[in-house]
Design a protein around this ligand. Structure first.
Ligand code: CO
Length: 211
């Protein structure tokens, strides 16, 4: 059987199983979407948001890209953020990176990945530059990459806090709570590395005073 046909056949089995357990499963989900969480994760196939958090369809609104970056000109991510915060009213936004991230490892090399990937990975190189003193002191390559994974998550949470979307919601609704997590491919455990609650002050140059 061709690989993609297996997906369609497994899907039929899955839908039948859900219905067998709960005849209203799909009609309930089809009518309402009220997730509590927005998940911004890596596209890596080994980090499926619902599965590793034991959540069901309907519980997490998901955006994924290479190395879980929050870039202030990314209309895709910002649309997801705007919709999640202002329409779905999610209470938590989670940036979830993962140890062993290929995007992070690629950014640590000096290899030319050609125009588009270079452009994307440069954002990670910028994170390296901000934390250069700490990272240059780590001699073992794997440890250095893992620390950059953590620092990248910290910077992406910070990038969320720089947006007027988050700052306006913080001011008027005292939410969402921002979280920076790192998932371990080797043990399946999520390591929380940072958080920001509503109203947290960041560098004043980024703070809007007329929201
Ligand atoms: Co990754």
């Amino acid at each position: 059987m061709e690989a993609y046909k297996k997906l369609l056949s497994s899907n039929k089995d899955w839908a039948a199983e859900k219905l067998a357990n709960d005849s209203k499963y799909f009609s309930r989900l089809a009518n309402i979407q009220t997730p509590t969480f927005l998940w911004i994760g890596c596209s890596d196939s080994r980090v499926p948001a619902n599965e590793i958090t034991g959540t069901q369809p309907g519980e997490i609104f998901v955006h994924r890209n290479v190395a879980n970056l929050v870039i202030n000109t990314d209309v895709n991510l910002l649309s997801v953020l705007d919709f999640a915060v202002n329409h779905l009213k999610v209470r938590h936004v989670i940036i979830c990176g993962h140890y062993g991230c290929g995007g992070i490892k690629a950014a640590l090399t000096n290899h030319d990945y050609k125009a588009v990937l270079n452009m994307w990975l440069r954002n990670i190189k910028d994170v390296y530059r901000i934390h250069k003193t700490e990272l240059d002191n780590i001699s073992e390559e794997e440890k250095k990459a893992d620390r950059l994974v953590e620092l990248n998550v910290v910077e992406q949470v910070y990038n969320l806090a720089k947006t007027s979307i988050i700052q306006r919601a913080w001011k008027h609704e005292q939410q969402p709570h921002l979280h920076g997590w790192v998932y371990g491919l080797k043990d399946g455990i999520i390591n929380p590395v940072c958080e920001m609650t509503a109203g947290t002050h960041i560098d004043s140059i980024y703070e809007y005073d007329d929201l």
